[in-house]
Write a protein that binds this ligand. Sequence first.
Ligand SMILES: [Zn+2]
Ligand SMILES: [Zn+2]
Length: 265
Amino acid sequence: MKKDGHVHTPFCPHGTDDSFELYIETAIKKGFSAITFTEHAPLPEGFVDPTPDKDSAMPFSDIDRYLSILLDLKKQYKRDIDIHIGLEVDYINGFERETAQFLDKYGPFLDDSILSVHFLKLNGQYYCVDFDEHTFQKMAELSGGINHLYELYYATVLKGVVSDLGKYKPKRLGHITLIHKFQKLFQATFDEKPYIEQIFAEMNKRGMELDVNTSGLRKAFCGEIYPPEDIIQAAKKQSIPLVYGSDAHSAKDVGSDFSLFEKMV
Ligand SMILES: [Zn+2]
Ligand SMILES: [Zn+2]
């Protein structure tokens, strides 16, 4: 089955206004038989989005409309493509209870979801790790160096994987190596392999899947798939199910670099 399991929508405040129909028709044209829409879930109650425009996720007031539009589209296109209703849910250290409460309420309406880490807590404050290179540099300084920032990132991902977010906790881990986003500017010498192995072991216990996310290839300072091939091979060895995701924020990127994924898995 050819599926794009990580696709954003016009509900994304930092994405494009491309319509759902345009995303869906692009997927059909590129020969996909399934697509999961995974808009950034509303951030948990009490969490203040640290990005300047506070546009990391859809506002809470949009969630009902998002779900009902997708339910209609799912019926409308059912002969052409399987549309899965999903969300990309943030794991935020310290907001587990609020996130679980949200999932308890909205999880029953979801077919398929992703758990991702975009926010890290440093000196009691939250920062968005993939926002831009300046924020990244500041985060590295506050951490005491790039290697320490990598360590904090992987420790947070591990915490997310083992966290109790209730029965609707997403089954797929998003872009496990997002910390590589600015790697051409800031090179780490941190040995991430032991963390990755530990994360895989915990994912395995929970039957979690891995998002193989090609968006890093479209980022100037990354130039690499999330995760790179050696980590994909390590996941295969652990029998972790791999799910292709374009992480498209515009219709033209649906299915992007799928052939690369096919070659690796
Ligand atoms: Zn996004
Ligand atoms: Zn993401």
